[in-house]
Write a protein that binds this ligand. Sequence first.
Ligand code: HEC
Ligand code: HEC
Length: 383
Amino acid sequence: MSFHRLVLNQVSSNSEPIKVWMRIVFSFILATGAWSCQPDKPPVPKEYPEPTPFTWVNRPFFPPPILPANNPLSLQGVELGRHLFYEKKLSGDNTQSCGSCHRLNYAFSDSLLRYSKGIDGIEGNRNSMALFNLTWHTRFFWDGRTPSLREQVLLPIQDPIEMHQSLPDAVRKISETPKYKALFGAAFRSEEVTSDRIARALEQFLLTVVSGDSRFDRFRQNPVAHPLSASEQRGLDLFMREYSAPSTGRPRGADCFHCHGGHLFRADAFFDNGLDEQPASGFEVVTGLASDRGKFKATSLRNIALTAPYMHDGRFSTLEEVLDHYSNHLKNSPNLDPNLRIVYQSEGGLNLSNQDKQDIINFLHTLTDSSLINNPAFQPPLD
Ligand code: HEC
Ligand code: HEC
């Protein structure tokens, strides 16, 4: 400041050069920012409070959740994730969101489509997967090729047969959309949009999608108040009983629990369930081992009545067809699971009666969680 005054004092005796001097002085002031109240000061970044932690409530009998320590769930992060999940600007031509192929009515799988279509109308060769209880998964996709949900969620955006958009374009379009300033600010205490933050918010949202309130769950908690029908109970018994060859004289079991067991009704593992004699690669893409060819994720059978068609390529349209497969059409593929190989060698399949199949299907219907598909927290935001 004193330097500016000095200059002004020196030139004040002569009025003509004073204008020249003033110009020099003002440009100096502007250039150095020395003037304490310059008019074009950049706006002060908005201060956002610490996000509110999200209280993750587990369901009875479920294993403890595996939540990422480096991406703690917050109400604001989850809400941002929900907006992004339904955001069509994440696709190259603004026509498709995650929610286009993962629909809440179908437990976040696709509608009756065998293969979902991407923005360019190109069909993939995999059936869309239901999304719930993902906190207990350690590998994603039918073949398990991605080990983390945070990595996984950015892949459909870039996939040429899905949303087909580069991450820089996605980041730019989200930054240019006004509502996201406040949403990112609330979730991350800064309005800056980055692909890492998009991934974190989507991860947070998806981790809140828990399904554990089916009729079966109520039966499990209080069988007297919520009994199963005789057919459903028989289906459950078949589902949970090990297979025994007829010669043993033991009661027939359908052996489903081996791969779709526990309270999550799935295995965090990959098996060949005998779909093809010459199967597609499957888990082999992860390990490079021929012994993993044809092995796919044993998905959860919760909400299975909502997620037709079935299998990685959606080859079966109904649960009846699935039961026919295990009962009568197992294929002798090289890596057929050892439990199913015993069945195959003994009778070619489980050889279930029509009543057995119907009872298992009736039991599977008790795994439908209508509170999941009606939960307003998972519906598209109103904006
Ligand atoms: C064009 C349809 C389509 C769109 C759009 C799409 N998905 Fe998917 N999603 C699929 C298909 C098909 C699979 C199975 C792909 C495979 O296994 O190769 C899948 C698998 C997944 C899985 C793996 C689930 C598991 O149990 O392993 C997650 C998670 C997922 N998608 C999340 C998303 C998110 C998040 C978005 C938006 C950023 C999205 N998807 C957009 C079709 C789609
Ligand atoms: C050896 C392990 C194994 C056994 C035993 C088994 N499954 Fe599966 N199941 C799998 C695998 C792996 C998949 C996914 C296969 C694929 O898509 O290629 C699957 C897929 C399914 C699907 C389709 C899931 C979806 O999301 O599309 C249904 C339904 C199903 N099984 C029901 C049953 C029933 C009912 C039984 C008992 C009769 C049974 N499974 C026994 C491993 C098994």
